[in-house]
Design a protein around this ligand. Sequence first.
Ligand SMILES: [Ca+2]
Length: 255
Amino acid sequence: ITAGETWSEFAIRQADTMKSLRLLLAALAVVTAVLADHHEHDHEAQIDKLLERTNKITHDIYDFDSKLDARLDPARIRRAGSLKHRVEELEEHHCPEHSHQCGGDDPQCISDLFVCDKHVDCRNGEDEKHCTLPTKEGDSFVGDVVYDNCTRRRPQHITIAIESVTVHKYYPASPDIHAHIEIHTDTDDEEAHASLPADGIYTFAHDELYLYPPEDDGLALLGEFDGYDFDHFDGYIIHESSHKACAHFVFTRKK
Ligand SMILES: [Ca+2]
């Protein structure tokens, strides 16, 4: 404690220091993991790209809703709640990039890395309240095509089976996901099946699953949960380089 400083000021300063330390630790852990990683993927760069893209895609997803509704199963009427949540998210998002709005009547921004990292950072505790991973080992999701302008096989359905999940000690906000993408194509001419192993990450701050391209076509999969209904997500096939979506599937959890 320094001269002229009250105990409460001292406590706040200490808390800020702890947060900075944790951020530094998280950053170091990411760097270490990248260095130790045998994959060609740079996790930190991938996370940066993901976060950058999310803002653009949120707007696109919102636009998609009216088109989507025409194709949806009546059982998804409860999406009304999801839509409300999404509108609130759009209204409330006044935080800088790579940061998370705590919400409620007490606006506060925290780093995305602090969402679901097992420490309470938001004054209202919101950052640790919705931390159930929707893509657990053994889960699978079936995607129905909305449009597809780019995949080689043009399937009507894609299945994503989650094989394993690794939660890192120092940055639990983005667990590693290992999955299998099952593609079944059935046309008049041929019937084909492909099973592609795919690695990726789940980001709690954005309720987002990202699978790196399983093939050499540079096509990755971005799965956007709406933060409310974790039995469905919008799956976009995107060009890894430009992040432009060229196919869209609506995924439903397989019971
Ligand atoms: Ca936290």
